[in-house]
Each structure stands twice: as structure tokens, then as C-alpha cells.
Design a protein around this ligand. Sequence first.
Ligand code: SAH
Length: 269
Amino acid sequence: MNTQPDPAKVWFVGAGPGDPDLITVKGRDLIAKADAILFAGSLVQAAATQWAPSTCVIKDSKDMTLEQITDWLIEQAGPGKTVIRLQTGDPGLYGALIEMVQRLDAAQIAVEVVPGVSSAFAAMACAVESLTLPEVTQTVILTRVEGRTPMPDGESLQELASHHTTLCLFLSITLLPTIERELKAAGWADDAPVLVVHKASWPDEQQIIRGTLADIRERCRAAKINSQAMIVVSPTLGARQWPTLKKSKLYDAGFTHRFRRAERPTSQE
Ligand code: SAH
């Protein structure tokens, strides 16, 4: 029988968008036996403090550099210890994951990642909206507007928006004038629907703002929303109210798939 403790490892855990109940079961189980947790700012504090044992060292990384963060994780890691870097939403979206992992690799500390519910999904869920709709759009682009971080070639908002798919814009709430300008340049109409959700899934703090490309800036200004917001521009927005809708083939009685045989033959697919 192997009685050796597990080798030193750091877990990167997605805490979800804010509601502590939206962390995965795996993430919560790890927190419940954690020796050390370094969490990324106020958005994930609740999950960390709610599920961790009283003996766990819990620290906020908001004033730390990337080097200080990885040094702290390396210091805490050891055989048999559960050390967690707790991040908002999913760790692989705008989370500096690889920068940290490379430093842990160099220190020969094992790494595992537990995915999380991204704010893009939480924002659409709280507004009862769908990211995709049959024959409207079947594609979602997760992106941001160029700020201090430059966008790679071919990824300007105007180019991405030219596909007229669902666009989820992170880190961009202070850049609404740019969004309006670039989407119009890509052929989106003034009255194209826009959804902004501030603190999606946060009990008592979530705010849902609906508007159009032309007026969303003014609506967000009036609601004093200038941080922690997801912006979604999509031809699917508002579909709940549409009188006619193309039905998803998955639920079409004439469509055979792996788990169900069609009730009647269908000419399509
Ligand atoms: N990894 C995170 C994103 C981190 S970048 C994720 O998967 O969601 C931070 C940006 O995410 C914010 O500027 C905002 O655009 C968005 N964000 C994070 N949490 C949010 C929430 N609860 N509600 C709305 N937007 C949120």
C-alpha cells in the first residue's frame, strides 16, 4: 500500500461568477479540505470563507503581483497539502493562468485546474437568454475590447462583430463608446439589442440592464454601472418574446438522434 502523501500541488479553482452556490462540487470539496487559499478579490471571497475549514490560511491577492502570488503558492505547497488559487468564473478566461502555471512548473510543483461557471454564462442565465438559437446564431465569441492589453491581429471588435454572432464582452464596461462605434462599423443596427449585467449571480447586487446599441451607454450611466459587468450583444437577445421561433432540431419530433428515434420521417438531417 502506498502511504506516501500526495506530492506538492497547487489547484487553480474556478469559483464561479459570485454566488457561492455556483462553484462546482469538486471545487467546494477542495475548499472544504484546504490548507491554504489565495483568492482573487472581493468577487470570490464568499466562496472561500464559507466552505474552508477554520484552520485554513486565507489570503486576498488584490495587492499582490503575479510573482508574489506564485511565490506565496509555492511557499504554502507541500506533500499532502491542499493549496488553492481561487479565481472568478473560469480560470482560463482572463485569469493569467498560464503565466502562473509556468512559474509553478519551474518550481516543479504539480498543477491541476478545476473549471468554473463563467460570468458570460451567469449573465445570460439570470436574464433568461440563450447564447445560441437555431438559424439565428450558432456561434459565441468571448472577447474584450482593446484597452491597455493590445488585441492580436485579426481580433479587432469590428472584425469579430462582422460575423453577427453572439458577442460576450469582458473587461469592457468603460469602453461602451468604442463598442457602439465598432459594432456600427461592422453593420449592426442602432436598435440592435444589448444586455449588460452587473455582478451577475450576486444575491441583492445583480443588476440587469437592457438597451440598444444606441442607448445602452446612457442606461448604464443612469444605473451607475462602471465595473464588474458583462456586456452581451447578440441577435438572440429578447427571443423569449418573439412570436415565431425556429425550433431546435434536438427536440423536433421528426429528428432522430442518439437517444431518440424520430416519430415520423424527416426530410432534413
Ligand atoms: N474568469 C472570469 C473573467 C475574469 S475577467 C470569468 O470567467 O467570468 C473580469 C471580467 O469578468 C469583469 O470585467 C467582467 O467583465 C466579468 N465578470 C466577472 N464576474 C462577473 C459578474 N459576476 N458579473 C458580470 N461580469 C463579471
